[in-house]
Every structure is written in C-alpha cells, then in structure tokens.
Design a binder for this molecule. Structure first.
Ligand SMILES: [Zn+2]
Length: 375
C-alpha cells in the first residue's frame, strides 16, 4: 500500500474575498491589521486583518489560509492527526513537535484527534445521504485499558467504503437491532451481508424489509468442514457394516458439496429433497453418540432453512462474500492497532476509527489522503 498525503497549506497574508460571517456582505473596509505569532514548522508569523462590514457595520477577522484563532496552524494540526494514525503515541508527538520548534501540548494533540474524529463522522453522514442498497456487517475486537471492546463496521459493499464504525456494548441481537434499524431505514438498505452467527440472523427478523445474505466464504468453509467430517465417519462405519444407506449418505454429501459450489437457483428444492431422506433419523439415546444419519438430518435441515439467505447475491449482482467489510476492518484499525497496546478510552477509540475510516475511504486505493477536511 502506498500512501501520499496532501496537507492543508498555510499562508502569511489573508487572501481572496472576505465575506461577512454575520450578513454575507462582501464590501468591507480594513479596520485593523496586526501580525500574530503562529505555530508552523516554517512560518512564524501571519498577518490578520480586522475588517468592518459596510452593510451591517460589524467587524470580523480575515485570516490567511490555514490560520485561525488557534495558535497552531491547520498544517500542523493535520500533521499531528496523520502521525497519530500512523502509530505515534501522544508522548512521541510531543517530542516530535518540540523538535520542530513548534511545541504542542498533549492536551492540544488529544483535542486534535477528537476534533478530527467528530468532523470525519459528520462528513461521512453528509456524504451518505444517498441510497445504499447493499451493505456488509461485521464486528471485531479492540482493547481499551486491557479490556476487550467490540467494534461494529458497516460497509457499502459496492463502493468498498465504510458506512459506520462504532464501539458497541455487545454483539447481542438487541444491541445490533437498536444500532442498525434507523441506519438501515435512513440509507434504504435492502440486503445486508453477514457471517453465520445467530444474532445476525435475528437482526433481519427485526427488520423485515432487509434481507440477509450469508457470506459465501464463511458458508462454504463451514459446510466443507462439516462434509469432510461426516464423510470420514461414514467411511469408517462402512468398513464395519455394509449398509446401503451409508453409501447413499456419501452420495448425498457429494451432492451437497456440488450444490455449494454451484449454488443453483433451485438450491432449496435440492436441499429439501436430501433432507427428507433423513428427517426420521432417531434422536440419539441418552449417553449415545449421534448417528451419522441423525447428524445428516440436522445438517441438511439447517442448510435448507437458510437457503433463503444464500441466493440473494444473484439478484443484486454481488459476489455474496463479506470480504469488503473484512478488508475495511483491517485497513481502518489494525494498522495503528498493531503498534500500540490499546486505547485509553472508548471515545478515543471511536474518534480514531472515525478519522481513519473516513480518510482511507476518500481514496479507495489510499494513494492520497487530503487532510484539509478534518483539520
Ligand atoms: Zn455584515
């Protein structure tokens, strides 16, 4: 991955047309001019003009580019944000800016990160006011003060962008429902791609308008493991007893494997037909191991029941995997996360995630990150 940054520039003189922030008036007269000290790695001073609006008679300041009422310039602020995201701690940042002769306190640096996080969140919300039909949902674990915290990530599968990234209390169906129902409605989500977990299944039950697509990578992997295990057990049994039913079971397993590879439109009918052959396999007696036939009964029933969550990908022209969401989870957090022990507070983690995901999303290939927007 190649990353190129574009930092907001800093000027020394106010440029361009000054517009009155009170009435929008464009005609002004210079009321006062003064030179003020600024924190920038190359420039020490900037000229600030105090203008009087001819229309409403009020005065306001006209700053050079990148300069504000704060001492630090936007260039410096952006530098601190990107260095933090790339893995420097607040203490290292203090040393870094001290070496540049532009000392920034830990408190200022911390505020810069919180500001960037909030702005990124706001900009993303604004950006997403369009419709998003297909999204991916996944969770991951971060450590805050040594404690594990769950972070939820919602992605736009088609564009490969993050929609929402946030720390949540737990992964229970109720929490997911509360967090996501309004987002789904707002964006007009029709399909959500998730892993195999039951709480994800419950999520779409509470949102009847949203269909769920089981991630095909997860599904195929889990099914393949199950098939192999059942095949092994069945073959072992065949050595001891020559039972024609065991041969049929092996053929059925082979057929399920093929069905999982092809995922034909009539998947449900095929799974039903197979399942019906095993539906009367008896429960294991107490202390007894479940027979391969009973295992087959459960396995095929579960697959058949979820048949509706498997085939949406065809209609929506997606690959049916949640790879996009997983890639974004990696991109957003893990780069910095690897280099640190964990975050000190949930809000720091939240703001960090907001900023990184927003910046990375701005360019899909992450070859240029424009920091003007969050500084
Ligand atoms: Zn005015």
């Amino acid at each position: 991955m190649r990353i190129r940054f574009r930092f907001p520039p800093t000027g020394t003189l106010p440029e361009g047309e000054a517009i009155c922030p009170y009435c929008g008036g464009k005609e002004t007269v210079v009321h006062q001019t003064h030179v003020r000290k600024i924190k920038h790695h190359k420039i020490n001073e900037a000229v600030v003009k105090r203008l009087r609006c001819k229309k409403c008679k009020r005065t306001f300041r006209h700053y050079p580019q990148g300069v504000s009422q704060a001492q630090q310039t936007k260039t410096l602020k952006a530098m601190s944000v990107i260095l933090y995201i790339l893995g420097l701690s607040y203490d290292s940042l203090v040393s870094f800016f001290f070496a540049l002769d532009t000392p920034l306190s830990k408190g200022t640096l911390w505020n810069n990160m919180q500001d960037a996080g909030e702005k990124a969140h706001f900009l993303r919300k604004k950006f997403l006011q369009g419709k998003i039909k297909i999204c991916g949902l996944d969770t991951t674990i971060y450590k805050v003060k040594g404690k594990e915290e769950i972070v939820l990530l919602l992605s736009d599968i088609l564009l490969g962008k993050t929609i929402e990234v946030e720390v949540i209390e737990n992964r229970k169906a109720f929490t997911l429902k509360r967090k996501l129902t309004s987002i789904f409605n707002q964006l007009g989500v029709e399909v959500v791609v998730t892993d195999d977990a039951e709480e994800m299944e419950a999520l779409t039950k509470h949102n009847p308008l949203v269909k769920r697509q089981l991630c095909l990578t997860h599904l195929k992997k889990a099914t393949s493991i199950r098939i192999k295990k059942l095949e092994k057990e069945t073959r072992k049994k065949l050595l001891k007893e020559n039972n024609e039913k065991l041969n049929i079971l092996l053929k059925d397993l082979k057929r399920i494997r093929k069905l999982m590879d092809d995922l034909p439109p009539n998947l449900g009918e095929n799974l039903k037909e197979i399942h019906l052959r095993y539906k009367d396999a008896p429960f294991p007696k107490r202390g007894e191991k479940a027979s391969v036939f009973y295992q087959m009964r459960l396995f095929t029933l579960r697959l058949w029941q979820r048949n509706h969550d498997i085939l949406h990908f065809r209609k929506y022209g997606i690959d049916g995997t949640n790879n996009t969401t997983e890639r974004l989870i990696g991109l957003n957090g893990k780069i910095r996360y690897k280099s640190m022990r964990g975050f000190k507070s949930k809000s720091s983690l939240n703001n960090f995630l907001q900023t990184t995901s927003f910046l990375w999303d701005k360019k899909q290939e992450v070859d240029e990150v424009d920091l003007s927007c969050v500084s």
